[in-house]
Write a protein that binds this ligand. Structure first.
Ligand code: DGJ
Length: 721
């Protein structure tokens, strides 16, 4: 395990758990990528293959078959013959050309933090790091490639640091990593979506040419998640090879897949180079975000479980890391903007009666906010709605045995606000251009230190003056006029994210007992970057149980169930108008981080009893649901059902939630084969005491009952005896 280097062949062999990653230094100092995949026993196999093809841009007549264009490269630059998509480009005096060659390297135990950015963390004994410095001697520019090799996971994380020792340059592209494969025999899996249907799984064959899965929206976005996987054609939930890439970043990103004329596949992952430029003066340093490479030879299921454990153990921080996540009731779908303190109190009372643990006051509590047209940035209570202010309300809610949480959208400013009148230049804008006010709001310029300082102080004051134990941090806009009075346009989106990360870091460190949940019009910024600061994310504004089957299926590809905010809501559903049984709404909601988003007083008595009993049981097993191993047993994108199974780490307990979508008359008898159990263990159904072995459960399976009516569901809970 760790990082090996052979002086003679100039070969590096990075060994993570079950994984080999091999590259070498060519004569002349360029790096050639050689292999990434399942572990190889030889330390330094001879893998470099000189090309037998004619290069149209060979550097010399004598060696016509060598060109940078014909090899797999470790960190390709723009300039010098490689005409595929570069990972790095720097411009000086109007010339875009960079030639990076090996300078030195060091190998050490442990993993460094990335300055100002979210990143994985680990004990020194768990990770070995290779830092390899490349150098352009004309520009006097150093580029340090970092590889962190995880010993207990099939994971290598990568990032890049640029150090300028020469005159000013403009960085045009700084990808966090690049990797090559000498074939194109892959299926590309990506998570696409939109508002209310986030992270839908899409799988397609690779084609020649360049594809970019990316965002230019200022946030990681609803449209495409900063994740993709290259999978072998036979890959499924439990079999086949997967090379997955997850970017720990919340802004504009690009994951490029390019297949060249010789069927070589190149992957570049990093900050989106579109309209990116960064002036790096002499002595300046630029740090890229971190990208996680995860390998699985047991399909997508194993890939997801690796990501879940990695992110639970090495990304998510603070008090709520690995601890039971509380059941919250969020006021949004219950009352929207229409409430006063009495209405809130009655809602909190019914929340407490049914078993909630936190009452969250969503939008509408501040400034003059009675709809979504005003008051963002006026983070003081609207005493016309909440007479007496927040503190008396919080005390009363606390007296019900509930913690109190609050919604904020701190990155925004309403044009109708005192702050905007005083500081019209504090939002992103371009002089002389119209300012887009989607949702009647402008985006504060978080690239500016003074704006960040103001917002930090405002939220700090709110949290210091009230007993607030949960914060929902929302962000409901995409960037439009990307401009700042302080910085060049090409720097603004990344500086914005750095500013945001800075504010979040200060707030989460100062308020370690507060549970933060991120949100962006539902799941528009569900990414690993945000999880570093806020351990959970509101998965989607779509709370419909049947829609959630797909949303949870896709989101769980990368992100752990503990991070996926998932609420039981009213019927008919507010987003789809669909009517679903109480049990189904509950059984699906508990496959994420469970909460409530309706007024329990509106339930019929018998329904209330079902929900109350369900919540009681959920609290007993939530550790299993939030931190157990997840197995996706049915794929709602292709099956007429969704099924999620949670198995304890010891494999001595499991829970299955199965939802049938449309019912059929006279349907065949169906079974549900389980996964992840020990064949020789004997398990007992907690509810009906049925006894079954692991082998019976995994090979024959559970008998799916006949369902009458659409959208029915069923759960099973077994313990080892
Ligand atoms: C968008 C969020 O996703 C919703 O849950 C809710 O908080 C609204 N914003 C409030 O404006």
């Amino acid at each position: 395990m760790g990082v090996l280097f052979d002086e003679k062949s100039k070969t590096f062999h990075l060994r993570a758990k079950g994984v080999s990653y091999i590259f070498n230094i060519l004569d002349g100092g360029h790096l050639a990528h050689l292999y990434y995949g399942k572990s190889i026993t030889e330390d330094f196999p001879d893998l470099f293959r000189p090309s037998n093809r004619a290069a149209f841009n060979a550097p010399s007549f004598e060696n016509y078959s060598f060109s940078l264009d014909l090899i797999m490269r470790e960190y390709p630059t723009y300039g010098g013959g490689d005409l595929r998509s570069p990972a790095f480009a720097a411009e000086k005096d109007g010339v875009n050309f960079c030639d990076l060659r090996y300078m030195e390297h060091k190998i050490y135990q442990g993993k460094r933090k990335l300055e100002g950015l979210p990143c994985l963390y680990a004990k020194d004994s768990d990770v070995d790091t290779l830092e390899l410095t490349l150098f352009d001697d004309l520009l006097n520019l150093k580029v340090v490639l970092s590889y962190c090799v995880f010993k207990n996971y099939p994971v290598i994380s990568r990032s890049v640091k640029v150090i300028n020792e020469g005159e000013s340059v403009i960085l045009k592209n700084v990808m966090s990593a690049s990797v090559g494969f000498d074939h194109m025999d892959f299926r590309l899996m990506q998570l696409h979506g939109s508002w209310a249907r986030e992270r839908f799984v899409e799988i397609s064959p690779l084609k020649h040419g360049l594809l970019s899965i990316d965002s230019r929206r200022g946030a990681s976005s609803h449209a495409l998640n900063p994740f993709m996987a290259l999978a072998s054609p036979d890959c499924g939930e439990n079999c086949g090879e997967v090379y997955a890439f997850s970017f720990i970043y919340s802004g504009n990103f690009s994951m490029q897949v390019e297949v060249d004329e010789y069927d070589t596949t190149r992957v570049n992952v990093g900050i989106n180079p579109f309209n990116f430029s960064w002036k790096l003066d002499k002595g300046g340093v630029f740090q890229s975000p971190e990208v996680v490479f995860c390998y699985s030879d047991e399909g997508f299921g194993n890939m997801s479980r690796t990501f879940h454990d990695l992110y639970n153990n090495h990304l998510i921080r603070g008090k709520y890391k690995k601890s039971p996540r509380p059941v919250l009731l969020n006021s949004w779908e219950a009352v929207y903007f229409n409430f006063n303190e009495e209405r809130l109190y009655s809602l909190a009372k019914s929340a407490a009666e049914i078993g909630a643990e936190i009452f969250v006051l969503d939008d509408g509590w501040f400034g003059e906010r009675n709809d979504d047209r005003t008051s963002l940035v006026d983070w003081y209570v609207n005493t016309q709605k909440i007479r007496g202010g927040l503190n008396p309300l919080i005390s009363k809610i606390n007296a019900l045995g509930l913690k109190f949480g609050i919604w904020v959208e701190p990155e925004m400013v309403s044009p109708k606000s005192r702050l905007y009148e005083e500081h019209p230049d504090w939002c992103l804008h371009i002089e002389g251009r119209n300012r887009t006010t989607a949702r009647s709001q402008l985006i504060l310029d978080f690239s500016r230190e003074d704006v960040c300082e103001y917002i930090y102080n405002t939220i700090r004051k709110l949290l210091s003056e009230h007993n607030i134990e949960y914060v929902k941090w929302d962000m409901n806009r995409n960037f439009s006029e990307i401009g700042s009075v302080k910085y060049a346009q090409g720097e603004v989106p990344h500086r914005y994210i750095l500013g945001l990360y800075g504010v979040l870091e200060r707030l989460v460190s100062e308020f370690p007992n507060v549970l933060f949940e991120s949100c962006s019009g539902g799941g528009g910024r569900f990414d690993a970057g945000m999880l570093y600061y806020m351990p959970q994310t509101w998965t989607s504004d779509n709370t419909d149980a049947i829609s959630r089957l797909k949303i949870h299926y896709g989101t769980s590809m990368v992100y752990p169930p503990s991070s996926m905010g998932s609420h039981f809501s009213a019927c008919p559903n507010h987003q789809t108008g669909r009517v679903t049984p109480v049990k189904t709404r509950f059984n699906v909601a508990i496959t994420g981080n469970f909460g409530l988003e309706f007024d329990p007083a509106n339930l019929k008595e018998d329904e209330k009893e079902v929900l109350k009993a369900g919540i009681k049981k959920y609290k007993e097993i939530r550790h299993l649901l939030q931190y157990g191993d997840l197995y996706r047993l049915k794929n709602p994108f292709v099956d007429n059902a969704g099924a999620f199974m949670f198995v304890s780490k010891e494999k001595d307990e499991f829970f299955v939630s199965f939802t049938n979508i449309l019912t059929e008359a006279n349907s065949p008898l169906k079974r549900l084969k389980l996964s992840g159990l020990v064949p020789g263990y004997v398990y007992k159904n907690v509810d009906n005491h049925e006894i079954m072995s692991g082998s019976l459960l995994m090979n024959y399976g559970l008998k799916i009952p006949h369902f009458s009516g659409d959208f029915a569901s069923y759960t099973w809970h077994f313990r080892k005896i």
